[in-house]
Design a protein around this ligand. Structure first.
Ligand code: SF4
Length: 244
């Protein structure tokens, strides 16, 4: 439908160059960074060095984030002097879900339904205003991300009449690369990382892990590794037949 959906001609391009390229090609009001309140803060830091306080940043406020993450979002806003647009889920949809199934239905039914309401719908609304978005995804984060390119057509949010481009500037960076950058540039980080949380999401769906565990084991730990995408990056999902 969209032709080639994989654009990765310079796979080892530095994340800063990927960002510079994105800001060169897309208008500032048609492109934005999706900031999760975790170590993807390095993208906010890099973007602020390129476009200053005009760095376009949004965050999905699911209503279930850790208190530390809310404080961190505020700290980042103040540190860089930027606006962080918070996207909220539809209140009626949340009330319907919680009324019918309670506050922790994801432990029973899987995370799909709750993520769809609290994350996907607000993101879809936002992407309706954009031509491109920028994420902090990395290949080393998950078995579902090992082929992740630095730039791709977002097959999950593009439509037959409209293409949405997704940049993943950190695709080829390791966790160690990210933390080396955070230390070198004295970038603020979410204090939950100091408490064993290497991957940070909603409070009920994130837990601390041991040093030998993979970071994604701290997310939706009651589900299979090949299903640990919340729909924001649905095209990463591994088809069932491809999973041994
Ligand atoms: S991560 Fe958990 S709490 Fe957050 S939206 Fe998904 S299922 Fe709901």
């Amino acid at each position: 439908m969209h032709g080639k959906d994989f654009v990765d001609s310079q796979p080892r391009t530095h994340p800063r160059e990927v960002l510079e390229d994105a800001f060169r090609r897309f208008d500032r009001d048609r492109l934005a960074i999706s900031f999760s309140g975790a170590e993807d803060v390095v993208l906010v830091d890099m973007a602020s060095r390129i476009v200053g306080r005009d760095a376009p940043v949004f965050s999905l406020d699911t209503g279930r984030l850790h208190a530390e993450t809310y404080r961190f979002l505020e700290a980042v806003r103040e540190r860089y002097g930027i606006e962080i647009e918070l996207l909220f889920p539809d209140a009626v949809e949340v009330e319907r879900l919680v009324g019918a199934k309670g506050l922790f239905s994801f432990y029973r039914d899987g995370h799909g339904e709750c993520c769809a309401i609290r994350k996907i719908q607000p993101l879809r609304r936002k992407l309706g205003e954009l031509d491109a978005w920028i994420t902090g995804q990395r290949q080393d984060q998950s078995v579902t991300r090992t082929e992740l390119p630095v730039e791709q057509v977002d097959a999950a949010f593009s439509t037959p009449g409209r293409t949405v481009t997704k940049f993943n500037p950190l695709a080829h960076w390791s966790s160690e690369d990210v933390w080396a950058y955070i230390r070198e540039y004295d970038v603020p980080y979410n204090p939950l990382h100091d408490h064993g949380m290497r991957s940070i999401g909603c409070e009920p769906c994130t837990r601390a892990i041991a040093a030998h565990q993979h970071e994604r084991e701290g997310r939706w730990w009651w589900e299979n590794d090949d299903d640990k995408e919340c729909g924001l990056h649905a095209q990463n999902r591994i088809p069932a037949k491809a999973v041994a």
